[in-house]
Write a protein that binds this ligand. Sequence first.
Ligand SMILES: [Zn+2]
Length: 406
Amino acid sequence: MIFAHKIALDLTQDQERYCRQAAGTARLTYNWALSEWQRQYHEGGKPSAVALKKQWNGIKYERYPWLSGIHRDAHAQPFTNLQKAFAAFFQNIKDRKVGKTRRKVGYPTFKKKGQHDSFYIANDKLQVQGKRLRIPQLGWVRMREALRFTGKIMAAVVSRTADRWFVSLTVQVDVAPRACENQAERCGVDLGIAHLATLSHPREHIEGPKPLKAALVKLRRLNRELARRIKFSTHWQKTKRKLGRLHARIVAIRADALHKLTARLAQTYRVIVIEDLYVAGMTQNRRLARAISDMGLGMFRQQLTYKAAISGATVIVADRWFPSSRLCVCGVVHDTLTLADRVFHCPACGYTDDRDFHAAQNLAAYPRLVGNDNACGQPSAGFPDGESETGLVEAGTTESALLRTF
Ligand SMILES: [Zn+2]
């Protein structure tokens, strides 16, 4: 398995200057490649990243002599990135045509200064020693902590968030398939807006981190402050920087809460059932969008998947059509339940429960309901391996199959 560990860097002013230049180089290269791609395409050509790279190598030092001061990975990797961006764009068009996804991947766009500043370093140029990282042409820089994984280092990406620099080290780690030693059998997890998550066994609400609320209040205040300032004035710049730092803090608080939750789930249960929230589809609804992205639910699924792979636990993603919050114990699907209803009350049999607990309990029962109950926690032959690229076990049921089951 490939793991990535993102570590903050403590850079001197000179080192920071180099990183800014290297990120600028990567941006320049990418934008050159994209504009050249478009030009060749419009002239009827068939542009390719490999050909473009050759073309670039022929002219780059002549046109930009200062490039020799920046390690070549920074001005070589962008071609691979561009190739990937185009591949993802075209693949997405195909996938949407056959109804595989509704998520839209946009046409590659030009990079702007200050947005996602980063540059790449290949593994053969890298050295990591404790809390030190050797960047070619720059030398040793200090990392805030040592690399947490042992294995072959594949690559590094140095990036900037607000005014801090980070390195993301990708490491190939041998994870031997192992029997799950977790004690608790199974848990349904309902991801929510009112609560970060609700567990079925034992019944428990897990709240989102408090500092997040405080930070969001501050965010609103700073946004108002920014709107009052004269654009591009000194005060505006200052508020803008403050906002950038606060954003980075909010992301960090959120990621921390999710890491704690997913680690606990992966180490406690043999089987974890989560819902397919269809994050991309839901975020099109603007009112929900804020709350959902605040909770970082896409991140949740990704973290849970890789942590479960390490502990040997199984993650089951309930089918998109599974009515986890609307299905009653009596078997009736409560169609008029809305997102605003915090209590589930069955019009048919009168059964009443907290909405989130009810959904979590339905999720825990999901494998049994779709006829794929197995207590050992290993995917049975009945589970087709959907989404194998993420390692998730997706129970393949369609709406009609579900209706038959109930
Ligand atoms: Zn009922």
